[in-house]
Design a protein around this ligand. Sequence first.
Ligand SMILES: NC(=O)C1=CN([C@@H]2O[C@H](COP(=O)(O)OP(=O)(O)OC[C@H]3O[C@@H](n4cnc5c(N)ncnc54)[C@H](O)[C@@H]3O)[C@@H](O)[C@H]2O)C=CC1
Ligand SMILES: CC(=O)C(C)=O
Length: 257
Amino acid sequence: MANKVALVTGAGQGIGQAIAERLAKDGFSVALVGRHLDKVQKVADEINGNGGKALAIKADVSDRDQVFAAVEETVEKFGDFNVIVNNAGLGPTTPIDTITPDDFEWVYKVNVGGVLWGTQAAHKAFKELGHGGKIINATSQAGVVGNPNLALYVGTKFAIRGITQTTARDLASEDITVNAFAPGIVKTPMMFDIAHEVGQNAGKSDEWGMSTFSDGIALGRLSEPEDVANAVAFLAGPDSNYVTGQTLIVDGGMQFQ
Ligand SMILES: NC(=O)C1=CN([C@@H]2O[C@H](COP(=O)(O)OP(=O)(O)OC[C@H]3O[C@@H](n4cnc5c(N)ncnc54)[C@H](O)[C@@H]3O)[C@@H](O)[C@H]2O)C=CC1
Ligand SMILES: CC(=O)C(C)=O
């Protein structure tokens, strides 16, 4: 790939930020997409300040038109498009009896809709540019095995693995690979929020909440966002050219397949 261009959604913090920073270090020009322009702009400014090439774009991944516009702006700015990382997601704690139709619509629109629209928009760009590319989707260890009190979230993450496998087959003849990454318990605002709610519901501390998720990590530590970015760098680069339809579990040894 001569002119490598990637777009990362949910890049204003957490795992998305780490992925954008890592891909920039690997020589990609990166578009950082998020709902809050100030957050993605700050990360883009840091990347540009460190000698990388970054562009901040405000878009809500649940809105198909906004996702298509973000990909088009990236192509206009950087002149090519090679990789999309559909990373943005929501992880509310939802004990089964509390789930409302509004919750259902909100979480599925962002988590599943964001992957569908990102896949479509990337496919359109690859076709127009006349080459293949890589589509990389965020699932979770909770998209491999059900986790307590996360029925909505877990459903979306299983769905993402299904979409990944299907689109890998659908798009393979166009030299497009589609893979997913499945983080474990990563130190990001999303995971701290989940641990806080679980702890509060049990009348216990945030640390206790985190321990209910992190017990049994074979490597004996929680994940840094950079652990996940390292795996995504592999999926985004040429070393994964013969890998498609897979979920790469990056959880320190929680789920074994
Ligand atoms: N933190 C963890 O332990 C794990 C996270 N994951 C997945 O990794 C991905 C990233 O997670 P984190 O960095 O932890 O989350 P986070 O909540 O810390 O960051 C997610 C980012 O996505 C953005 N975002 C949310 N909805 C959006 C929308 N509709 N449009 C555009 N941007 C939106 C948020 O503003 C935020 O900047 C998510 O898909 C999550 O499900 C998977 C497994 C574990
Ligand atoms: C938030 C998440 O994906 C977990 C607990 O695996």
